[in-house]
Design a protein around this ligand. Structure first.
Ligand code: ATP
Ligand code: MG
Length: 567
């Protein structure tokens, strides 16, 4: 193994190999730095896979750091949720840090920078600062306070900290270059006044460090070798390097490397947008199964293995792209294929009466729980005169290639008997409410007559003991692709480029239907996953009651009929 030549799997690994070979670093230390202002979404998983995966690959370590420098939206509940999500994915962090643990240290570093003449207190209003920043084509204008003496800066900064000034009245800025072609380097803000109570430090502070100042210095203090982040931070890299160089905290500056964000078709992957969905009650909460958050995916029934598989397939690239939503569905199906027992539920029921089956007769059938896994065992399913089948499994006038039930047609009821549709009953509105069928009593599955072949096999439940159940069916939350382009604001928050995404919501993202399931299924715990024959994979939801189990459709099966019908 020692001599084996390891091929880098992506450009990040290539950079790291170079850094280890050149002696720039002799170890790999990464970090995952979420802001605790929401729950993790599948986009964060990509960063997690990169941060933890790279550390593991190079025998290094990855810290978990909560970037809690903006008290306005941060909460302890998110801190706890994020840790649960990371553990669920199976990652183990090395050290756990909070940026807020370093507020004292950062304050001292800022004062030191003032003393060395590379930071100053600016009294300009936010509007004046904005106006004087210049544009991409026009250089900025120096602040009239840029050259105030060190002692005055130190005094004002201390008074900012002591709460003597209003929010927005003063900031601490780095003295870099107001004419720099990269606007971010035009004397960026290091500290601003914010009087919100912080989720950990309470009211101890009323000044908070800005992302561009805090993040690189925190990386340096933690001894991070490779600071891996998404592509929108690329233009922040000169600033990152400047702060590390000017903070005097390390002689081994960390290296920032950017990779493409994960975007998925018709999926919202901006925490800010996700917050809006929650706050404006478009969804029931962060764990609404339509959300792309890990809490929601877990509730919907996605196994962690599917997410790892997905991330492996998406890979790590330097250029942005949008991944098809189908790919994640595919990974979920693959992960569940061998783990979810098969069962029967009818989500849109149509009653079937077997006219030649005595009303008081019940047959008990033994059905295997998984066709490929005998170790999953079998279960007993009762069969009587009245059953339910799926409404879409009957057509009064069958179209070509429809092999399910129609007048005069025969199908096999899964694991049971062959039945033939003799007649049907309509209500006043013309809707079909009942099928009248005869059953071939010699065709019981497992018996001799069972060898007779019919084209279609349908799932069903026995009306006498079927349990009423609710089924929640999902579609992507957006009806069309959102513009996923993002930039980063001064708080390090990702800001979307254009339009109001609420206009793009898919009105059919949730469909609730009432049907029936086998009694066996109803008795399982919340979180249990099944494949309901032909209907897809479903997971029992926490909203379930004893009277009404609720199932989320995790993912539909690939519907061969839908494909046929399109031909
Ligand atoms: P915001 O900054 O608006 O709160 P965010 O999605 O950037 O939202 P952070 O908590 O700052 O959330 O992100 C933590 C880490 O996850 C960052 O390093 C960020 O680059 C990374 N990240 C977030 N979204 C994605 C994504 N879609 N693809 C890859 N990495 C992402
Ligand atoms: Mg961010």
């Amino acid at each position: 193994m020692e001599n084996e030549v390891r091929k880098p799997a992506n450009f990040i690994e290539e950079f790291i190999e170079q850094d280890l070979a050149s002696g720039r670093f002799d170890h790999v230390q990464t970090r995952f730095p979420p802001e605790p202002n929401g729950y993790l979404h599948i986009g964060h998983c990509k960063a997690l896979c990169v941060d933890f995966g790279i550390a593991e690959k190079f025998g290094g370590k990855c810290n978990l750091r909560f970037d809690d420098t903006n008290p306005t939206k941060e909460e302890t509940a998110f801190v706890e949720g994020i840790q649960r999500d990371i553990e669920w994915l199976g990652y183990k962090w090395d050290k756990l840090y909070f940026a807020s643990d370093f507020f004292d240290r950062l304050y001292e570093i800022a004062k030191d920078m003032i003393r060395r003449g590379v930071a100053y207190v600016d009294d300009q209003s936010p509007e004046e600062m904005r106006a004087n920043r210049g544009t991409l084509t026009k250089p900025g204008v120096n602040s009239p306070y840029r050259d105030r003496p060190v002692a005055e800066n130190l005094d004002l900064f201390e008074r900012m900290k002591n709460g003597e000034f209003e929010e927005g009245s003063r900031v601490l800025r780095a003295k870099i270059d107001m004419a720099n072609p990269n606007v971010l380097l035009r004397d960026p803000t290091m500290y601003r006044i914010n009087r919100h109570t912080h989720h950990r430090t309470g009211d101890k502070w009323c000044i908070y460090p800005m992302y561009d100042f805090q993040h690189p210095i925190q990386d340096a203090i933690e001894g991070i070798s490779h600071s891996l982040c998404s592509l929108e931070y690329e233009i922040h890299r000169p600033l990152y390097d400047w702060f590390v160089a000017n903070a005097n905290v390390t002689d081994q500056p960390p290296r920032q490397i950017e990779f493409a964000r994960l975007n998925i078709e018709r999926t919202v992957l901006s925490k800010r947008h996700l917050r809006r969905l929650v706050e404006e009650h478009v969804v029931s909460g962060w764990d609404d199964p339509r959300m792309p958050t890990l809490v929601a995916m877990r509730r919907r029934g996605y196994p962690a293995a599917a997410i790892h598989d997905f991330m492996g397939r998406v890979g790590v690239a330097k250029a942005d792209s949008v991944v098809e939503g189908n790919l994640l569905d595919h990974c979920v199906r693959e992960a569940l294929a061998d783990t979810a027992p098969r069962a029967m539920a009818v989500i849109n029921p149509l009653k079937v009466v077997l006219t030649n089956w005595p009303a008081d007769k019940t047959d008990t059938l033994t059905i295997e729980n998984h066709p490929d896994h005998p170790e999953f065992g079998t279960r007993q399913v009762t069969f009587g005169r009245e059953l339910y089948i799926e409404r879409e499994d009957f057509m009064e006038e069958p179209v070509k290639k429809f092999f399910r039930l129609a007048p005069g047609r025969e199908v096999r009821l899964k694991g049971a008997y062959i039945v033939k549709c003799e007649d049907f009953v309509k209500d006043e509105s013309g809707a079909i409410v009942e099928l009248r069928c005869t059953v071939d009593l010699d065709s019981r599955s497992g018996s001799e007559g069972a060898n007779r072949k019919v084209k279609g096999t349908l799932h069903w439940v026995n009306a006498a003991d079927a349990v009423p159940a609710e089924f929640r069916l999902y579609e992507p939350i957006l009806k069309e692709d959102d513009d996923n382009a993002v930039t980063v604001d001064e708080d390090g928050n990702t800001v979307e480029a254009s339009g109001d995404f609420l206009d793009k919501l898919n009105p059919n993202s949730l469909t609730v239907v009432k049907g029936f399931c086998e009694p066996w299924i109803a008795g399982h715990d919340v979180g249990a996953t099944f494949q309901f024959l032909r209907m897809g994979y479903f997971c029992k939801d926490p909203d379930s009651t004893d009277a009404l189990p609720v199932f989320n459709r995790t993912v539909p099966l690939k519907d061969s009929w839908a494909k046929e019908a399109k031909k």
